[in-house]
Design a protein around this ligand. Sequence first.
Ligand code: ZN
Length: 289
Amino acid sequence: MSHKKYAVFTMDVETFADTECISSSGIPVDVDLMDGLEEYLKILDKYRIKSTLFTVGDLAPRIADRLRGYIAGGHRIALHSYAHIAPMTVPVEQFREKTRRAKQRLQELFDVDIVGFRAPCFSMDQARLDVLRELGFCYDSSYLDYLPARHTVKMDMEGFRQLRQNIFRRDQFYEFGLSKGKIFGQPFPISGGGYVRLSQWGFVKTLIQQYIHQNDYYVFYLHPFELTKQEVPFLKELKSYDKYYIKQGIRSYGRRIEQIILMLQKEGYEFVTFEQMVHLMNTESVRSG
Ligand SMILES: [Zn+2]
C-alpha cells in the first residue's frame, strides 16, 4: 500500500474534576488543572502541528476566549459531550437532546461548524453513532475497542467500510478509532492518555514504533491535567490505583509526546486535524472509485 501516512493530535478538553475516577467518586476538587491545555499547544506549536480539541459543552463558555485564539491559530474545535457524561450510561433520547444542544452552543459561541465528536470514556455504540449522523456530525473518534476500559462496549461497526486500520466510513460519516499495539497477541492502547503516560517508556515506545511503521494512521489524545505544571492535589479518599493514575508520569509526559512526534516525522507522517482527515478520505475514496 502506498497510502500517505497521517497522524492526528487531539486533546479531550475537560477539567480535572471531569476525570472519571474523580467525578464518579464525588470528591470535591478546587483546581481545574487546565494549564495543561496551553502546555500541550506549546509543544505542538514547536512542530507546527494543528490539533483537534474535543471540548466539553459546559466548559466551553468559561474558556471561550482562549479557544477562540486557538481556532484563529488553526486548531479545530469538536465536541466532547455536554457535561462529560459517558453516553452509554444515559438513554439514547437523552444523549440526542443534550448533544444537539451542546453542538448548537459551541457553534454559536465560536461561529464555526461543529462536525466532530468524541465520547467521554470512549463510551459509544452504533445507536448513538446513528444519533451523531442525524445531528449532522461528519465524524466520531471514540472507537477504542478495548473492553477493560470503563463504560465501553464492543462497538459494532456493521454497515461501515474499513478504509484503513481503525478508520471506518458509512456514507459521508467517519469513525476515526484510536490506535492499539499488540503484546503477546493481546491489544494494548497506544494512543496516549494514561496508557502511554503510565506504561514503562521502553515498552510503549516499542509498541508505538511497530504500529506506526506497519500502519498509515495514528491518533494521539490526552487530557489537560496530564501536562499540568501545577501540583496535583492529594485526594486521600481515592482508591490507590486512581491516586497513581492522576499523578504518575505527568512531569515527563511532554518529553514522551515530543519523542512520539519525532518518531512519526521519521516514518513520514503528515500531521493533520480530523476535519482535514475527512476531506482527505473523501478525496481518496473518489480517486479509488
Ligand atoms: Zn473525557
